[in-house]
Design a protein around this ligand. Structure first.
Ligand code: ADP
Ligand code: MG
Length: 380
C-alpha cells in the first residue's frame, strides 16, 4: 500500500513540472528523483511535516521541514522561497537584467563587482572544472546557444565552423576572480557564463543553511533532482530518495536512505530532443562542442549539493569510466553511473561505498547484495 502511495507521488511530481514547460516542443519528463519519505511521514504524524512546492528555474523546488510549530514552519517556508527566488534570479542568464547577464555583458571591458553568492558559485565552478579537466565549464554558454533543443522546429545541427568558433570562446581559465576586490573579469571577448549546471545545487545548500540557522534539524530540499537530506524525517527515520529509471519514467532503479547528505542526479532524459533517432541533450562537451551521448544518468551522494551538482554534469560529459576515476580523487563523494548499451538496455556501475546508501536497487543481484544496509523487503 505504501508503495502505491509513493508511486502516486511520482505522478503528482510529473504533473507539477509539466504545467509550465509543455508549451515548448521539448519533452520534459518526471523529476529525476522523487522524495519518498514524506508521504508516509505525513500520514503518520501530520502535524510535524510541512511541505511546499514551487515552480522555479524550469523545475519544481520542493521544501519539506520537520517542525512542531505550524507558524514557524510557514514563516521558514516563506523565507526559504524568497531566498530561492532571489538566487535563481541572480543566476539566470536568460534574463538580461540578472546579475549574471550583467557580468556577461560587461566583464570583458572591465572587472565587475559581484555578490558574495555569485563569487562563491563561480569559485566552486572553477574548482570543479579543475577536478574534471574542463568537462564542467561554466563558460560553455556560447556553445549552448548553438543547440536550441527547446525549439524543435528551429533545431538544426550546427556546422563545424560555428562550433569551432564557439569552442574558441570556452575556457574556464579565462575567468579571473579577484578575491580581494570581489570582481570578475573575462580575458576573452565574447565569453559568457551559464550557471545551469550548478545553480540549483547551490540554492539547495543555501536553503539548508538558512533552515539550520533557524533551528531546523530535519528537512528535505529538492530542486529538480538536486537534493539535500538534513537530519532525519519524522519518527527518526532516514530520508528515502528514489532514483528514477532513465528510460521508463514510472519506474525507479534504486531507493537510497540518507541523512545529512546531498543526493544529485543528472540525466539525459529530462531535457532533450530526439531528431532522426539521435538524442540531443542539454549538456555539451566543451571539447567537441557536441551534446553528450555517453551516459543516461549519474547519481552522486556527497556533502555539498552545489559541488556534486557540477560534478554530476561533468560525469555526464566524460562517461562512467572517466567519472569513476574522477571520483577516486575526490573526498567522500560516491556515485552510480547508468549507461544505455542497446536500446533500453542499461548498464550500471557504482563506487564501492555507494551501496551503503542503497536500501533497494533493481540492478543488484544475489552476488552483490550482501553489502546492503537493509533487505529489499523492508521497503514494501
Ligand atoms: P539539470 O539542470 O537537468 O539538473 P545538470 O545539473 O546536469 O542538469 O545541468 C545541466 C545544465 O548545465 C545545462 O542546462 C546547461 O545550462 C549547463 N551545462 C551544459 N553543459 C555544461 C558543461 N559542460 N559544463 C557546465 N555546465 C554545463
Ligand atoms: Mg549539474
Amino acid at each position: 500500500m505504501r508503495v502505491i502511495l509513493r508511486r502516486q507521488n511520482i505522478l503528482i511530481a510529473k504533473q507539477n513540472r509539466s504545467t509550465r514547460v509543455f508549451s515548448r516542443p521539448l519533452y520534459f519528463f518526471v523529476l529525476v528523483v522523487v522524495c519518498l519519505s514524506s508521504i508516509s511521514c505525513t500520514f503518520q504524524q501530520k502535524k510535524r511535516i510541512f511541505r511546499r512546492d514551487e515552480l522555479l528555474m524550469d523545475t519544481v523546488v520542493s521544501i519539506q521541514i520537520v517542525c512542531r510549530d505550524p507558524g514557524k514552519a510557514k514563516h521558514l517556508l516563506d523565507k526559504s522561497f524568497v531566498l530561492a527566488r532571489k538566487l535563481a534570479d541572480q543566476m539566470n542568464s536568460h534574463n538580461s537584467n540578472s546579475e549574471i547577464s550583467q557580468v556577461n555583458m560587461k566583464a570583458f571591458s572591465e572587472p565587475v563587482v559581484i555578490s558574495k553568492d555569485l563569487e562563491r558559485v563561480i569559485k566552486k565552478s572553477l574548482a570543479i572544472s579543475r577536478i574534471s579537466h574542463g568537462a564542467f565549464d561554466i563558460t560553455v554558454a556560447p556553445l549552448l546557444r548553438l543547440w536550441p533543443i527547446y525549439k524543435a522546429n528551429k533545431f538544426t545541427i550546427p556546422d563545424r565552423k560555428k562550433l569551432d568558433e564557439a569552442i574558441g570562446l570556452v575556457g574556464w581559465q579565462n575567468i579571473e576572480l579577484d578575491a580581494l576586490n570581489h570582481t570578475i573579469h573575462f580575458k576573452r571577448k565574447g565569453m559568457a557564463i551559464d550557471l545551469g549546471g550548478i545553480a540549483k545545487g547551490y540554492i539547495v545548500d543555501r536553503i539548508v543553511d538558512y533552515l539550520k540557522r533557524n533551528g531546523i534539524k530535519g528537512a528535505l530540499v529538492n530542486a529538480g533532482g538536486d537534493i539535500y537530506a538534513l537530519g532525519r524525517a519524522v519518527g527518526g527515520e532516514l530520508w528515502r530518495v528514489g532514483i528514477q529509471h532513465p528510460r521508463q519514467h514510472h519506474k525507479l532503479i534504486a531507493i537510497l536512505e540518507v541523512e545529512n547528505k546531498a543526493v544529485v542526479t543528472s540525466g539525459d532524459y529530462e531535457r532533450f530532443l530526439i531528431k532522426d533517432g539521435v538524442r540531443y541533450t542539454h549538456i555539451v562537451d566543451p571539447r567537441t562542442g557536441f551534446t553528450v551521448r555517453k551516459t543516461a544518468s549519474v547519481t552522486l551522494v556527497g556533502d555539498d549539493t552545489a559541488f556534486i551538482d557540477g560534478l554530476a554534469t561533468a560525469i555526464m560529459v566524460v562517461g562512467a569510466t572517466e567519472g569513476y576515476k574522477i571520483l577516486g580523487g575526490v573526498h567522500d563523494v560516491d556515485g552510480l553511473f547508468v549507461t544505455e548499451k542497446k536500446e533500453g538496455k542499461l548498464d550500471f556501475r557504482w563506487t564501492p561505498h555507494f551501496i551503503t546508501y542503497v536500501s533497494w536497487a533493481s540492478f543488484l543481484t544475489k552476488n552483490n547484495k550482501p553489502e546492503l544496509k537493509r533487505p529489499h523487503s523492508s521497503i514494501h
